[in-house]
Design a protein around this ligand. Structure first.
Ligand code: DX5
Ligand code: ZN
Length: 231
């Protein structure tokens, strides 16, 4: 069950966790790109796209399973952009994620989906698109281990950050304090070295960064710089 204690444990003393998105890694050498992170990544973010909920296709459970096999200790942050979410949960739970996040817009029964994830002993995340208000997830905040705020319209890496989405981060932080809950707040899309500090300041506990990290020749160095920019 989410609680302030869990929040602290997951943060590992970091101001903001950094989760490189494998979507921006070389599709022919995902493992090699993970090695090039030199252990600097807090989490590995895996984007699952169905060509229906979002206009792009990416990975299936086989990649998650392979990552788990090769890196048994890695924190696998699996972001499912697939509809209906109900149909995808079992196959990804079986693949070994640390955290499984589904979209509120993609589930008819978001409460049931989150419950199923939690029952499997996996951290449960709920995500909202830039056009979706926080009130949509209000009824399930108490059962969420993480709320993922999309700061681009999901579907592609390398898009520009939508600044208004930070208002939702602030709102989620306020609600968490008011309700005494312990979910983490993660932001996803368009995070880079220039805006990471502002994102952290708004209250994000974790930030996904795809293009900013893997688009550079030394991805580990980008993470180190990003972390330094938060101090
Ligand atoms: C977008 C994905 C993101 C994406 C982030 O649909 O959910 O995780 O990979 O990539 P950047 O950081 O390049 O915007
Ligand atoms: Zn993502």
């Amino acid at each position: 069950m989410a609680g302030p204690l869990q929040l602290t444990e997951l943060k590992k003393g970091r101001r903001m966790l950094i989760a490189p998105s494998l979507l921006s890694a070389d599709a022919l050498d995902v493992g090699g790109h993970i090695e090039r992170l030199e252990g600097e990544a807090d989490w590995l973010h895996v984007d699952i796209m169905d060509g229906h909920f979002v206009p792009n296709l990416s990975y299936g459970p086989a990649l998650v399973k392979a990552l788990r096999k090769r890196w048994p200790e890695a924190f696998l942050d699996v972001h499912v952009m697939a509809e209906p979410a109900e149909d995808f949960v079992d196959m990804f739970l079986a693949a070994g994620p640390s955290l499984l996040t589904v979209h509120a817009e993609a589930a008819k029964h978001i409460h049931r989906v989150l419950q199923k994830i939690k029952d499997a002993g996996v951290l449960a995340g709920v995500s909202i698109n830039p056009g979706t208000p926080v009130v949509m997830v209000e009824p399930v905040l108490h059962m969420a281990d993480l709320v993922l705020v999309m700061s681009v319209n999901p579907g592609y890496g390398g898009q520009s950050f939508i600044p208004e989405t930070l208002d939702k981060v602030r709102e989620l932080r306020m609600r968490r304090a008011e309700l005494g809950l312990g979910y983490l707040i993660e932001i996803d899309g368009g995070v880079n070295l220039l805006n990471a500090a502002a994102v952290c300041e708004a209250g994000c506990d974790a930030a996904v960064a795809g293009n900013a990290v893997f688009g550079q020749p030394n991805p580990a160095e980008v993470i180190r710089k990003m972390r330094a920019s938060l101090e």
